[in-house]
Write a protein that binds this ligand. Structure first.
Ligand SMILES: Cc1cc2nc3c(=O)[nH]c(=O)nc-3n(C[C@H](O)[C@H](O)[C@H](O)COP(=O)(O)O)c2cc1C
Length: 267
């Protein structure tokens, strides 16, 4: 995976790469722009590729760039009002249809997640999906057992989980047909942010595909306290985020209220 340099047959010397990334410079002797990374600083963010009007940046092993109408004017693709309404329509879904989601549709959710930003473009995350009822039930039982061992979690969720257990076979996962894990070997605080952003991309993409999702902090808590539980889903990372996914069996008639907050410095 690397930026290889410039295709001089295409380069028209517009200098835009110079204003995009400090690792491009004009070589006076050769009188041409060169890509030079003496610091090994390049994190393959690809802004040089995105900004070159001539598509003249050479790269390998990074996937393919994607050009489409209004890529440079995203506000034309989706303006504020529909985006705001789309965000306010996002709910945690806790009732699902039995129907599984097709591989093609799941791939679209993963495609969105794979394009989420990560700190330093490190992209250390691994992705796993559980779709088997029995495996999900096994994980459910292990998570409940672990949560009930922890006094704080037991006090907070014990009664709730008992009530949920009367309705669902796997109450931790609300009988959703799929459970998705995003994990990373990186143990830093920043990594939890990466995972949070990735999952948010996935959840919003899922919503655009008519799917419902819900974060699953319970499983995260159980896995953090008892790493053995990770083995059930073959999760090896130190940090993990989880969400459930499927076709929703509920419809909403309004977006719920959220009490306003004072924004310091806005007045
Ligand atoms: C990091 C995180 C972890 C969560 N974990 C759970 C969970 O374990 N179980 C659950 O039912 N909901 C979970 N939720 C969903 C929240 O309860 C929900 O987002 C919140 O009540 C607001 O409701 P809404 O998502 O429908 O707007 C979690 C949400 C977040 C952001």
């Amino acid at each position: 995976m690397s930026i290889l340099g410039i295709n001089y047959e295409e380069c028209n010397n517009c200098n835009l790469c110079l204003t995009t990334c400090i690792l491009f410079r004009r070589d006076q002797e050769q009188d041409k722009i060169v890509f030079n990374d003496p610091t090994e600083f390049c994190n393959l963010c690809g802004q040089c590729i995105a900004r070159c009007p001539q598509d003249a940046i050479l790269y390998e092993g990074m996937g393919e760039a994607y050009s489409y109408e209004d890529v440079g004017k995203p506000e034309k693709i989706a303006s504020y009002d529909p985006i705001y309404k789309f965000l306010r329509a996002n709910r945690s879904i806790r009732r699902y249809r039995l129907r599984k989601v097709s591989k093609d549709t799941l791939q679209k959710v993963f495609d969105a997640m794979l394009n989420a930003p990560t700190a330093e473009n490190a992209r250390t995350e691994n992705f796993t999906i559980l779709s088997g009822k029995e495996q999900i039930k096994k994980l459910n039982d292990a998570v409940i057992e672990e949560l009930m061992k922890q006094p704080q979690a037991r006090d907070k969720y014990g009664t709730l989980l008992k009530l949920l257990g009367k309705v669902f076979n796997s109450p931790i996962f609300f009988d959703a047909p799929h459970v998705i894990f995003v994990d990373s070997p990186d143990d830093s605080e920043m990594e939890l942010m990466n995972i949070g952003i990735i999952i948010t991309y996935g959840r919003l993409a899922a919503q655009a595909l008519g799917l419902g999702t819900c974060w699953n902090g319970w499983t995260q808590m159980a896995m953090m306290n008892n790493p053995e539980i990770k083995k059930i889903a073959n999760i090896k990372g130190k940090k993990v985020g989880i969400f459930i996914l499927g076709y929703p069996a509920v419809k909403f008639y309004r977006s719920p209220p959220r009490a306003p907050k004072k924004i310091d410095g806005l007045e």
